[in-house]
Design a binder for this molecule. Structure first.
Ligand code: ATP
Ligand code: MG
Length: 359
């Protein structure tokens, strides 16, 4: 396939993915979520935060999609859009065949059963006044599942599955460590038999040894329950361990998406290269290979043209005026950059990036 063929392919590898699109658990097309800020003194208009700005992606059934990006890039907002916790302003969001922006009543309940969220702070996720058994049984009761006795048994089985014995049923959240409580949260998320698990920084609040155990647990549960997962993390190692494909977000947009190995070994967006470079251990005193300059711009007034151009070492006049499309550069690999075909050669030094450099 020539470069021109690849360029003109742009978008055709977008949402819907497979030939018939039916094997996708998640399809997001041009999703937009802007938050309106309170009116400021002496100002007529109100500012909008461009948290998610035209995101399209799909997650195949049984697939784990990793989502990375700096703080404030819109990862959690995209997760909330997907679960209809922060309804999208525009675009299409489909989960297991349900168009989530059109769901009402009983259908919303089906979305709650199909898709579950595990987030960073397990203590914030649990009601401190209820025992773990009461909290988990309440989820089943809300969905009118089983008798009190059957619910208790299901809760015990669920806890055992995440490596916790039945004594946890009568404990309060304050009587558990962060790692134990994150297991409880995962058990709770699985109680209703979901197909999709959205994990938003599920291990960031845990120390390194516990992180690995929770990630292993998620990997095992994913296999045993045939789960589809969106794994959000700012830690590239976490995403590399668990994901089949990886999407990179910058200022509300997906700027690169590819199979995991392709992304880690052959990334071409200058921002992805900078993220990978920053995560690569360096010899003491050596200069970074790829530098993203300065801080991300405000999502209230994102730059015209390419959003990354204010920090990109390769930016040209074209980048200042024209927003690059997300275009296919290889099968399954899409990049939002005018200079994708030169970026890697221009920015990657001999030391290589994550996984290739010295460790
Ligand atoms: N309810 C809200 N009202 C106003 N702005 C919001 C709201 N929620 C999120 N934002 C803004 O949207 C942008 C994206 O936030 P988001 O939490 O999605 O980022 P993130 O990528 O998850 O960051 P982090 O890695 O720190 O969790 C930020 O600028 C944030 O301040
Ligand atoms: Mg977040």
């Amino acid at each position: 396939m020539t470069e021109t063929d690849l360029r003109t392919l742009g978008g055709s590898a977008g949402p819907g993915g497979g030939a018939d699109g039916t094997s996708d658990m998640v399809v997001i097309e041009n999703a937009v979520k802007h938050f309106l800020l309170p009116r400021r003194a002496f100002r007529r208009t109100r500012d909008h935060v461009h948290s998610v700005d035209g995101v399209s992606l799909r997650i195949g059934a049984g697939e784990v999609l990793g989502l990375v990006g700096e703080s404030g890039s819109g990862k959690s907002t995209l997760a909330r859009v997907l679960l209809h916790l922060a309804p999208a302003d525009a675009g299409r969001v489909v989960v297991d065949g349900m168009d989530v922006r059109k769901l009402r009543g009983a259908e919303s309940k089906r979305l709650r059963r199909t898709a579950q969220l595990v987030f960073q702070d397990p203590h914030a996720a649990m009601d401190p006044r209820m025992t773990i058994g009461e909290s988990l049984s309440a989820v089943l009761a809300q969905h009118r599942m089983g008798t009190a006795e059957e619910r208790r048994k299901k809760v015990e089985d669920g806890l055992r599955e995440v490596g916790l014995d039945e004594s946890y049923v009568d404990r309060y959240p304050a009587e558990c460590s962060g790692g134990q409580l994150q297991r409880v949260v995962i058990a709770r998320a699985l109680l209703l038999g979901p197909k999709l698990l959205v994990c938003d920084e599920p291990t960031s609040a845990l120390d390194a040894s516990v992180q690995a155990k929770v990630l292993n647990l998620l990997s095992r549960l994913r296999r045993e329950h045939h789960l589809t997962m969106l794994m959000i993390s700012h830690d590239l190692r976490v995403v590399r361990l668990i994901s089949d494909r990886v999407a990179v977000m910058y200022l509300g947009q997906v700027v690169e998406i590819a199979d995991r190995d392709q992304l880690f070994d052959a990334a071409t967006h200058p921002y992805t290269l900078a993220l990978l470079d920053a995560a690569t251990p360096k010899r003491p005193g050596s200069e970074p290979t790829v530098a993203a300059r300065g801080e991300p711009p405000s999502p209230i007034h994102p730059p015209e043209g390419c959003r990354f151009r204010t920090r990109c070492p390769l930016a040209t006049e074209r980048c200042r005026t024209q927003m690059p499309p997300l275009q296919a550069v290889a099968p399954g690999h899409e990049v939002r950059c005018h200079r994708w075909d030169e970026a890697r050669a221009a920015l990657v030094g001999e030391g290589g990036l994550v996984g290739e450099g010295e460790s």
